[in-house]
Design a protein around this ligand. Structure first.
Ligand code: SER
Length: 314
């Protein structure tokens, strides 16, 4: 089969959901899932280390890959524990894939950025696409540098690379790992399993969030949009709803009346406070028609329904 799509980081929070949806749309034969750890997928799986440029090149050639989704990264909280490793992993992997496109071996790349590109000097409400950035985390620094390199490769070499600044992502099929927004996934599982949750952020810490269904749809809509519609080659602001742990807990209580939440902020609090509270994604709307579907209420209902259903099956 020709023109396959390769997903690197296929075992991660976004990767596992994206592979599932790409298989549904294009068929299992069209997708190659890759990760450092062996995973369960409907499509072909390759064990692949994003730091190994030659291995990526071989995989691309072996399967005649034309499109790459590069999702392997160390997220904000983990990256603070291993700053140099995070910088290397987050940047080198990107160069390996950008260079394959520069050499015209592949045609198109998706690479995720994040709200972590913003910092404490950024306007926190309705943060514009173009504004002061100055990220203070290693993760944010790597994402901002990556954005600059994506735009550079587009301008200088014509590389068709597309990117989104994801907010915190919430889904029931996959677990997050090492992020500051992870509480918003854990809380649902603990609410179902224990009826209580101890949150590592303060109750009033508002962050931009998005349901995974919206995030996957945004990613595929961006990738399927005509080239003329993609006017930003660094990374697009993307948004759905913003809320605090207390607001999310109140929404969960509408479904599980006895649910309780306590707060024990840790080092992730400072990271959260350096990020915006809400994001202006109007350029994504104007350029390629983006619009989120899930509100906080709709997302909470859907999460609890699916997590409940999974538990009943066990
Ligand atoms: N969700 C990510 C994190 O918390 C941000 O991109 O690290």
């Amino acid at each position: 089969m020709k023109n396959r799509i390769l997903v690197i980081g296929a075992g991660g929070q976004i990767g596992s959901e994206l592979v599932r949806e790409l298989c549904n749309r294009h068929g299992n034969d069209a997708i190659v899932a890759a990760d450092v750890r062996q995973g369960e997928t409907k499509c072909v799986f390759e064990t692949l280390d994003v730091m190994n440029a030659e291995a990526i090149r071989q995989t691309v050639k072996k399967y005649d890959v034309k499109e790459v989704y590069l999702l392997a990264a160390l997220l904000s909280a983990t990256a603070e524990k291993f700053p140099e490793k995070a910088w290397q992993l987050n940047m080198e992997g990107l160069f390996h894939v950008l260079n394959l496109a520069k050499e015209k071996i592949i045609d198109k790349i998706f690479w995720p950025s994040s709200i972590a590109v913003f910092g404490s000097n950024t306007p926190r409400q309705n943060t514009p696409q173009y504004t002061v950035m100055e990220p203070s985390t290693v993760y944010g620094i790597s994402k901002q540098a990556g954005e600059r390199w994506c735009e550079y490769y587009y301008n200088r070499y014509g590389v068709d690379v597309r990117s989104l600044r994801y907010p915190g992502l919430i889904g029931y099929r996959s677990a997050p790992g090492g992020g500051t927004t992870d509480y918003a996934v854990h809380i649902f599982h603990e609410a179902r399993e224990r009826g209580s949750y101890e949150c590592f952020l303060k109750e009033d810490t508002i962050l931009p969030m998005m349901y995974m269904d919206d995030a996957i749809r945004a990613t595929l809509e961006l990738m399927e949009a005509g080239t003329e519609k993609i006017k930003i080659r660094s990374s697009y602001n993307l948004a759905a709803s913003s809320f605090s742990p207390a607001q999310l807990a109140a929404e969960i209580k509408k479904h599980i009346a006895e649910f309780t939440i306590t707060y024990k902020p840790d080092s992730r609090q400072a990271i959260a406070e350096s990020w915006p509270q809400s994001i202006d994604d109007s350029l994504a709307a104007q350029h390629w028609g983006w619009k989120h579907k899930f509100s906080l209420a709709a997302m909470t209902a859907d999460m609890l329904q699916h997590i409940g259903a999974a538990r009943e099956k066990v």
